[in-house]
Design a protein around this ligand. Structure first.
Ligand SMILES: NC(=O)c1ccc[n+]([C@@H]2O[C@H](COP(=O)([O-])OP(=O)(O)OC[C@H]3O[C@@H](n4cnc5c(N)ncnc54)[C@H](O)[C@@H]3O)[C@@H](O)[C@H]2O)c1
Ligand SMILES: [Fe+2]
Length: 393
């Protein structure tokens, strides 16, 4: 057995109403000056009072900065860093989806490291630990509260880039499903499918192992059984709780086993075509799975079982095929486009997309089946005109 590391948030607090603990947690971290990092839409929902009230009760008044933009570019990070620098903040509280949490994580290290933020892109390029953080997700999706990576759009080459460092893990993560009740259906679908992709990709990744396999399978079960309800009846608290727990588990698995080609091929769609991260992943998942499945039929058959498919009497190949079809169906059921055409890509864009995706070695090296430019291009071509559900047979 190879050597592996397992990392997650310092303290993980879960459960409906758990956000009430934020004040006590801030006190334990000996915070004297805190800032909440969020976006304008979240501020407008009014849910920040669930964070500020317990903080006030613990004797801590927090400033708020709400200029995070969705799928943030590095420039957004630089602009926010300039606003908070030199003000003596000793606690950052990220409240939001993956965009606000990723920004918070990198702001924390920008306050203690003086290099240009682009120099942190890649694996373990950050020298000093950051300012302590509490991360509070308000979408059930990215799992960013427990991963040690953060993703930004590089507006120069229009590709999404990752900063990977253990210093991006928060002291505390608080996952409270009540904060996700206001997420609109399309965002619930995209973020929920992103979480499901994290679970499936990390379960079948090269770096998958005993520490993450059970976690990933439980995430697949929870998300696949609740996502339709959460999308179509957003007030269903049980469905939201399952999604919150599912996305957290998927994040723990992703954080330690990593993801693969679905994310690599999704990055240029986010960068160039502004397709939301979860939509790009969900759209590509069946096509990449169809390609990957033969590399590990057993694991893909297990994915089918976790998705609730009856695989009794089926060969491993047939069962793996069921997983591909079930995920394509689920994605359609929650309203995600099933072809690249539908998100504005034209056939002539495909070679450039394939070229960009082929550069994401960090993820492609973790994919269960080797891909060259040729295969990447073929997957995009299949996804381009999809009408039928992809199948192995
Ligand atoms: N760090 C990681 O491990 C990781 C993993 C996957 C994705 N990501 C990154 O995360 C970003 C995407 O994050 P996301 O999918 O959570 O989307 P997001 O953070 O961009 O949020 C999507 C939209 O939903 C709104 N929103 C969020 N919570 C809400 C609530 N409770 N009520 C109403 N509206 C709400 C936001 O204001 C925003 O407009 C991308 O940049 C992606 O690359 C990071
Ligand atoms: Fe993702």
């Amino acid at each position: 057995m190879g050597i592996s590391y397992f990392r997650t948030a310092g303290t993980l607090i879960t459960g409906t109403g758990s956000i009430a603990e934020v004040g006590e947690q801030a006190k334990k971290l000996e915070a004297t000056k805190a800032i909440i990092v969020t976006d304008k839409i979240i501020r407008e929902t009014g849910l920040l009072s669930k964070v500020t009230e317990p903080l006030s009760a613990a004797g801590l008044e927090a400033d708020i900065i709400d200029d995070v933009v969705p799928e943030p570019p590095f420039e957004n990070l630089e602009q926010l860093a300039a606003q908070i620098e030199g003000k003596g903040y000793d606690l950052l509280i990220g409240v939001g989806g993956g965009s606000a949490l990723d920004i918070t994580k990198v702001l924390s290290i920008m306050l203690t490291n003086k290099e240009d933020v682009r120099e942190f892109v890649g694996i373990e390029k950050v020298k000093n630990p950051g300012v302590p953080m509490i991360l509070v997700p308000t979408t059930a999706g990215t799992g960013s509260e427990v991963t040690y990576n953060a993703i930004f759009t590089d507006t120069r080459d229009k590709v999404k880039k990752g900063i990977v460092s253990p210093y991006l893990l928060p002291s505390v993560a608080i996952v409270d499903a009540e904060l996700t009740l206001s997420v609109p259906p399309a965002v619930t679908a995209a973020t929920g499918m992103d979480a499901l992709v994290h679970a499936v990709e990390s379960y079948t990744a090269i770096r998958a192992g005993e520490l993450t396999d059970g976690i990933a399978l439980q995430a697949i079960k929870l998300i696949s059984r609740s996502i339709r309800k959460a999308v179509y009846n957003g007030k269903d608290l049980k469905a939201r709780e399952n999604m919150a727990m599912g996305s957290l588990l998927a994040g723990i698995s992703l954080g330690n086993a990593g993801v693969g080609a679905v994310h690599a091929l999704a990055y240029p769609l986010g960068g160039k075509f502004k397709v939301p991260h979860g939509v790009a992943n969900s759209l590509l998942l069946p096509f990449v799975m169809k390609y990957n499945a033969v590399a590990d039929l057993k694991k893909f058959a297990e994915v089918a079982e976790a998705l609730g498919e009856n695989i009794e009497g089926l060969s491993l190949r047939e069962a793996a095929d069921r997983a591909v079809a079930a995920l394509a169906q689920l994605s359609r059921d929650v309203g995600i486009p099933s072809s690249l055409k539908e998100v504005g890509v034209t056939a002539s864009d495909i070679p450039a997309l394939a070229e960009e995706a082929s550069k994401v070695d960090r993820l492609l090296n973790n994919n269960p089946r080797w891909l060259t430019m040729k295969e990447i291009q073929k997957i995009y071509e299949e996804a381009y005109g999809a009408v039928e559900e992809p199948s192995l047979t």
